[in-house]
Design a protein around this ligand. Structure first.
Ligand code: CTP
Length: 424
């Protein structure tokens, strides 16, 4: 993996040297981007010798290679350790006044920051707000440890040990690789005849999105929905049990972590629709079957506030302007990122005066153009968060090709069987 290791100016920079070593020993390619202040603590020759790569801090170095965007664009993972209060503030404000902050703006890779500072600075409302802003944008924060700080003081603010940093940072990328679940871990009644590597999905790559996206309003609030992600996780587990290689794009799923981890070969955690779209599209370019089980927010706030929106006396409620999100499923159908790929959508419907659940499902099947659409009834205790589910599986013309009712695992198996039948 190509890792960009940002180091900002704190005494804990020495631990980043050890982190660099560990990452290199694990076979990763690491490009170190210190801030100018970080070089006061550990000099460029140390970073260059241990990373085997040149070290610059300024956006004006190597301009011919447009490094201020190239480094961020080329990274698979960005780790900033230690992240000082100043670095957090600059990143939260979207500044690009040195190579590290410019790279943070230019990257689409997961970003992990490990703050380290004195307790007073860590607890200051400015730092608290900056951390909340960064978290709301999807930055993973490794909480500082409690212990001895630089002077005589001790408290929260210590940079965790390099081994902890490495473990937590690499866990974020992903990609939880686990052994196949044992046969015992799958309820016996729902085990299809073909199991594991010899199953009917052997050799196929299946991408499944699950859960519900969250669109930030401010650092502490979001627009979301009630999806738990159980149906999507059940689909992943069923596909894996039938021999597929499974990538699960998990949006805020409310399912025990061990169940999520054992359901897929690769788990990509996401929060917002923008993150889900990117993760699904990346995985879909290699996928034979893509199943969009996630409840994707149709709208997002036009702007996420950087700081918490406060009540003002007599000010009345805030007006939140919404803009439409891209339709990820529709785009997948239009773009067909891989030839012969089978694309499956979901439709959560309540039915209303204008039509029944199935009427709305048929109209949606034609509108979305997915190869299959699994229509399920929600509301009144059905669908979201319940253990049992009922779906009608329609093709792109709205014609019913299957109907399934039962546990989410049984419904999952029925959907997979319909998807396999669609494969040419
Ligand atoms: N979907 C998507 N991107 C969106 C909205 C929905 O990819 N912005 C996908 C969902 O993952 C699901 C399917 O489209 O597979 C249908 O989602 P649903 O919310 O039922 O449909 P909408 O298109 O949002 O239609 P409406 O809200 O009008 O019912």
């Amino acid at each position: 993996m190509r890792i960009l290791l940002g180091v900002s100016g704190g005494i804990a920079a020495y631990k980043a040297v050890l982190l660099l070593r560990l990452l290199r020993e694990a076979g990763h390619e690491v490009r170190v981007v210190p801030t100018q202040a970080a070089l006061q603590f550990v000099g460029a020759p140390t970073w260059e010798a241990l990373s085997g790569q040149p070290v610059t801090t300024s956006v004006f170095a190597n301009v011919d290679q447009v490094e201020h965007v190239a480094l961020g664009q080329g990274a698979d993972l960005v780790i900033v350790a230690p992240a000082t209060a100043d670095l957090l503030a600059r990143a939260a404000a979207g500044r690009a006044d040195d190579l590290l902050t410019a790279s943070l703006l230019a990257t689409h890779a997961p970003v992990v920051m490990a703050p380290a500072m004195h307790t007073e600075m860590w607890e200051h409302p400015a730092t608290v707000a900056n951390v909340a802003t960064l978290k709301a944008r999807g930055v993973h924060i490794i909480e500082p440890a409690v212990g001895r700080l630089t002077g005589k003081d001790s408290g929260a603010g210590r940079l965790p040990d390099p081994e902890v940093l490495m473990r937590e940072a690499l866990a974020v990328v992903s990609t939880v690789t686990v052994e196949s679940p044992s046969v015992e871990s799958v309820p016996a009644e729902s085990v299809p005849a073909e199991q594991g590597s010899g199953g009917d999905l052997a050799g196929l790559h299946v991408v499944i999105s699950a859960g519900g996206t969250r669109e930030p309003i401010d650092p502490v609030r979001w627009i979301g929905n009630r999806s738990t992600g159980r149906q999507g996780v059940a689909l992943a587990a069923a596909a894996r049990a039938r021999g597929a290689q499974v990538t699960l794009v998990a949006a805020n799923v409310d399912v025990p972590a061990n169940e999520v981890a054992s359901a897929a070969d690769t788990v990509v955690p996401v929060e917002s629709t923008a993150q889900l779209r990117q993760a699904v599209r990346q995985a879909a370019s290699q996928a034979d079957i893509v199943i969009m089980a996630a409840a994707v927010a149709d709208f997002r706030p036009a702007q996420a506030a950087d700081v918490k929106i406060k009540k003002t006396p007599g000010g009345g409620p805030p007006v939140i302007e919404l803009v439409e999100n891209p339709d990820v499923l529709r785009e997948l159908v239009t773009d067909r990122l891989r030839t012969g790929q089978v694309i499956v959508g979901f439709a959560a419907e309540t039915g209303d005066d204008a039509g029944s659940v199935l009427d709305h499902g048929r109209a949606k099947a034609q509108r979305k153009g997915a190869d299959l659409l699994a229509v399920n009834r929600v509301g009144g205790g059905a669908g979201f968060g319940t253990l049992d589910n009922e779906v009608w599986i329609l093709d792109a013309t709205g014609t019913e090709v299957a109907h399934a009712a039962g546990s989410k695992r049984e419904v999952a198996d029925a959907i997979l069987t319909a998807a396999v039948a669609k494969q040419t």
